[in-house]
Design a protein around this ligand. Structure first.
Ligand SMILES: [Zn+2]
Length: 374
């Protein structure tokens, strides 16, 4: 802090005072050491040299040195405490310290900037990349994990009372951890994106039967409804397509037949297909089933025919889509506006490419061909 004293006493003046003091000290020492005393003699009316003893000389030297040291200390005290001046070395250190301080501050500002960039990346990751591939968002706790509890920055407290270094260290650690989590997430996405084509053919995407308006009507959609048996409001986990018995049903996406059940109650005769990527579909109240468990199946391949088995108040297909164990609205996984011709061409193509002879009507020809070849 500059004071009036500081302003008056420039470094030049300072040096001058110091320099003069040194000379004064040297003169004083010499005088104290040699200085014989001259005494006026009344009788001879002249000055006479009075020799001093060695001990006396030594004592005078000590006195001079001691006095000088005391003076120097006094001078330093006045210089630093009264005038509020700083020693050159202190000034230099303070300057260096200020430079470091501003450097760390600049670094902290940079870290803040990186943090903002990373937060933007995280949002894009959760909202776009991960949602495209149907991956769960990475929870905030996971992204920021491992920064509570034990104070592992305690050693900064001693050397860094204003916490500047500690803040920088914490920021750097948090950033490193977040960056690590983010890079892991991108790895996952990149792995999935290699399978994007596969994923597109696995996720349920077509109606489970020909979208021929004359053959079916939606008798019950997904969501809450009055149960036709108990008359209580219950959640309907699928879509009901009322249709005559014996309509061909098709797998709505590539997958593996997970289970084939012939039950007298509940779902009746039903098939569950596991499509991977978290998706499963269920086809219930069927009549005939033309697939077996463990069979690999392609979208559009016939799995059986519609029926009226199990808890059913009339012939219909109860179709469910499950995503990661939860029922989702199947209406979001098919497009009923495609033409029946388009649908017929697609399922025929699937039947032709199939390694199985399924129940699909076009397969009669294929089966006959296979028989002839034998
Ligand atoms: Zn139903």
């Amino acid at each position: 802090m500059p004071t009036l004293g500081g302003a008056l006493m420039s470094n030049k003046l300072n040096f001058y005072i110091f320099y003069r003091s040194m000379w004064y000290f040297v003169y004083l020492c010499r005088d104290m050491a040699n200085g014989d005393e001259y005494v006026f003699n009344d009788k001879t009316l002249s000055y006479e040299v009075k020799k001093r003893s060695g001990l006396m000389r030594l004592m005078r030297i000590f006195l001079a040195v001691g006095g000088s040291v005391a003076l120097a200390v006094l001078y330093m005290w006045i210089y630093t405490a009264v005038f509020g001046m700083e020693l050159p070395k202190t000034q230099l250190l303070k300057k260096e310290n200020a430079q470091w301080h501003s450097k760390v501050e600049v670094m902290n500002a940079k870290l803040d900037e990186y943090d903002r960039t990373l937060v933007a990346l995280q949002h894009r990751d959760n909202d776009i990349y991960r949602s495209i591939f149907g991956m769960n968002e990475i929870p905030v706790e996971v992204r920021n994990a491992g920064f509570g509890g034990v104070n592992r920055y305690a050693h900064y407290d001693e050397v860094d009372p204003d916490g500047l270094l500690k803040r920088a260290a914490v920021r750097l650690d948090v950033l490193s951890k977040k960056t690590y989590v983010q890079s892991k997430s991108f790895d996952e996405i990149s792995q999935l994106s290699h399978r994007a084509g596969e994923m597109a053919s696995c996720i349920p995407a077509i109606p489970p039967m020909s979208p021929d308006r004359e053959n079916y009507r939606i008798s019950s959609s997904f969501g809450y409804r009055k149960d036709p048996f108990s008359k209580k409001t219950t959640k309907h986990n699928g879509v009901d397509f009322a249709m005559k018995q014996g309509n061909y049903l098709y797998a709505t996406g590539d997958g593996v037949v997970e289970s084939v059940k012939f039950e007298r109650f509940g779902y009746g005769h039903h098939v569950i297909i596991d499509h991977g990527f978290g998706y499963k579909t269920r086809y219930a109240h069927m009549d005939m089933i033309g697939v077996v468990e463990g069979m690999k199946i392609k979208r559009g391949e016939c799995i059986g025919t519609s029926g009226n088995t199990g808890k059913s108040s009339g012939p219909h297909l109860h179709y469910e889509v499950m995503y990661k164990g939860a029922y989702v609205n199947p209406a979001n996984y098919y497009d009923l506006t495609i033409s029946k011709e388009e649908y017929a061409a697609m399922v025929q193509e699937a039947a032709d490419a199939s390694q199985w002879v399924t129940l699909h009507p076009g397969n009669v020809r294929k089966a006959a061909k296979k028989k002839r070849r034998r």
